[in-house]
Ligand binder design. Structure first.
Ligand SMILES: Cc1cc2nc3c(=O)[nH]c(=O)nc-3n(C[C@H](O)[C@H](O)[C@H](O)COP(=O)(O)OP(=O)(O)OC[C@H]3O[C@@H](n4cnc5c(N)ncnc54)[C@H](O)[C@@H]3O)c2cc1C
Length: 487
């Protein structure tokens, strides 16, 4: 299932790594995660559901769902979609009850790290927040649970829209490299410390002078628990893929669009050979085109709404390649017992109800769901930040003021975690949060730059495609003005 040739990406032969899966010897490649190596070897059932014992496969690809939990070297519940493959590891499917770790598993606690600013998540928002705060003289710790920094950018091979200032016209993968370059420069100067394969698990103390967070960093048999004391925290932990309800939606072969992108564009592995794309927003259209670039057939795109939600330039490109886009259509069910072998699609009436008799069976081995994202706010909820359901922001979000500060003093939010939008706006929100944190800590007084960032953000949100986020952010910042205790 490895991609052999690609118009943009170069998947050179990487070093081979031997490992075992349920005692069967397999070979993956350096740079793979465990799940991508299994996929490349044709193994798509990674776990079984606790209740019905039905097979489950890779779904989100960014460590946010539970569809890839496996036992690795005797450690249960490893998120194999983000755990790097290492030579000689023992990978096993785990039973309904994951069991305890083998005896050699160890946790070392508690190294204390003291910094001015903790940034959670190294996507475009977190990278910009870390660079901005460090450039203004704050000491920064940037933590991400993925093996590399860049968040969603590392899989986006298309050229970005937006403003030239926010790198429009540059491919997402190159924006990630540029931002990482800035970060590593500051790291070399000692202003930033970067921790990858590390998860911020919670906030355990909130005080006027500092907050204390727990961070767990993994290294094969060992986990290290850090006690991070920071004067400000910026939560930029992105979003989670949405799901659609239909029979068979948990079978291996049903993926979120981000997971399909991750497999193809980061690891060079095909998710399947023939895809039904569900959703004709920008993500559905862009990922369909990227599937074609990877040599994978797209049977069609179905879209429940009567109109295409994404940019027409992307839709036109797909149609030129012979991929039909059916609006007012959706998926009714998946065909197949233990993996996707086809699907039934159906036309919808003006009330979005299936039209009887319009069902059509199609043959495909992959269903790709591009049906939107929901902000990741679990950490913010755990911290106790005031939250509100804002449909235009994609779900429940932490209420924040225009400087991205939540209801908790010194805790900021930025990017998709603060409302679903785009990488370009995520970058500016990150800069605002980073700068506002540095200002509040007395590291800088650069109010002029802060105003400039606010103007940049306003400009990016101008126009019809910015309408939803404009409404969302107006509601959120108005709520922030409602008096509630800022702790
Ligand atoms: C197919 C597709 C195409 C897109 N095209 C465009 C485009 O053309 N232009 C554009 O502007 N935008 C585009 N976007 C949107 C853009 O990618 C996102 O809006 C952007 O990545 C959001 O940035 P972020 O930093 O908020 O989150 P993310 O990029 O999702 O980064 C969040 C990071 O936080 C980490 N994390 C989460 N929780 C924790 C924790 N507890 N501890 C440690 N780390 C944690 C995650 O590992 C992740 O790396 C596209 C998105 C998709 C899916």
């Amino acid at each position: 299932m490895r991609i052999q040739s690609h118009p943009i990406l170069d998947f050179q032969q990487r070093k081979k790594l031997a490992f075992s899966f349920n005692a069967q010897p397999l070979v993956g490649e350096q740079g793979d995660t465990i799940a991508s190596a299994l996929h490349a070897a044709g193994i798509t059932t990674l776990t079984h559901s606790v209740r019905y014992d039905s097979p489950r496969g890779f779904f989100c690809g960014i460590g946010k769902c539970s569809s890839c939990l496996m036992r690795v070297n005797g450690i249960p519940n490893v998120r194999t979609c983000i755990a790097p493959l290492h030579e000689g590891i023992r990978v096993e499917t785990q039973g309904t009850y994951a069991g305890l770790p083998d005896a050699e598993f160890q946790t070392h606690s508690k190294t204390t790290i003291r910094v001015d600013v903790l940034v959670v998540g190294a996507g475009p928002a977190g990278l910009c927040a870390a660079v901005e705060a460090a450039s203004q003289g704050a000491t920064v710790l940037l933590v991400d649970e993925n093996p590399s920094v860049g968040g969603q950018l590392i899989k986006q091979t298309h050229k970005f829209f937006g403003s030239k200032k926010e790198r429009a016209g540059t491919r997402g993968i190159h924006i990630a490299t540029e931002l990482e370059g800035e970060l590593r420069g500051l790291e070399q100067q000692g202003h930033v410390r970067v921790m990858t394969e590390a998860t911020v698990i919670g906030c355990y103390e909130r005080r006027a002078e500092h907050h204390r967070f727990g961070v767990v960093q993994r290294e094969q048999y060992t986990s290290y628990l850090y006690d991070v004391q920071c004067r400000a925290a910026i939560i930029a932990c992105g979003a989670m893929e949405n799901m659609v309800l239909f029979p068979g939606n948990d079978l291996p072969g049903v993926y979120g669009a981000g997971a399909v992108q991750t497999l193809m564009n980061v690891y060079g592995v095909k998710p399947g050979n023939r895809v039904l794309m569900v959703g004709a927003g920008n993500v559905g259209l862009i990922v369909s085109y990227q599937l074609l670039q990877a040599g994978i057939a797209v049977d069609r795109v179905v879209e429940a709404a009567p109109i295409i939600g994404g940019y027409h330039v992307h839709a036109a490109k797909l149609r030129r390649c012979g991929v039909p886009i059916h609006t007012s259509h959706s998926i009714k069910e998946v065909l197949g017992d233990d993996k996707v072998q086809g699907a039934v699609v159906v036309a919808l009436d003006e009330h979005w109800r299936p039209k009887p008799g319009s069902e059509e069976r199609i043959t495909c081995d992959t269903i790709c769901l591009a049906v939107g994202l929901t902000p990741s706010t679990r950490l913010l909820a755990q911290i106790g930040a005031h939250q509100s359901f804002i449909p235009e922001a994609g779900g429940t979000v932490a209420v924040h003021d225009q400087h991205m500060q939540t209801s908790i003093k010194g805790v900021y939010v930025a990017g998709d975690a603060s409302g679903i939008e785009e990488a370009s706006t995520a970058m500016i929100e990150g800069k605002i949060a980073g700068l506002a944190a540095a200002v509040s800590l007395g590291r800088t007084k650069n109010q002029k730059l802060l105003s400039q960032y606010h103007r940049d953000l306003e400009q990016l949100r101008a126009g019809p495609f910015g309408e939803k986020p404009r409404i969302a952010k107006t509601k959120i910042t108005q709520l922030a003005e409602v008096p509630h205790a800022r702790v």
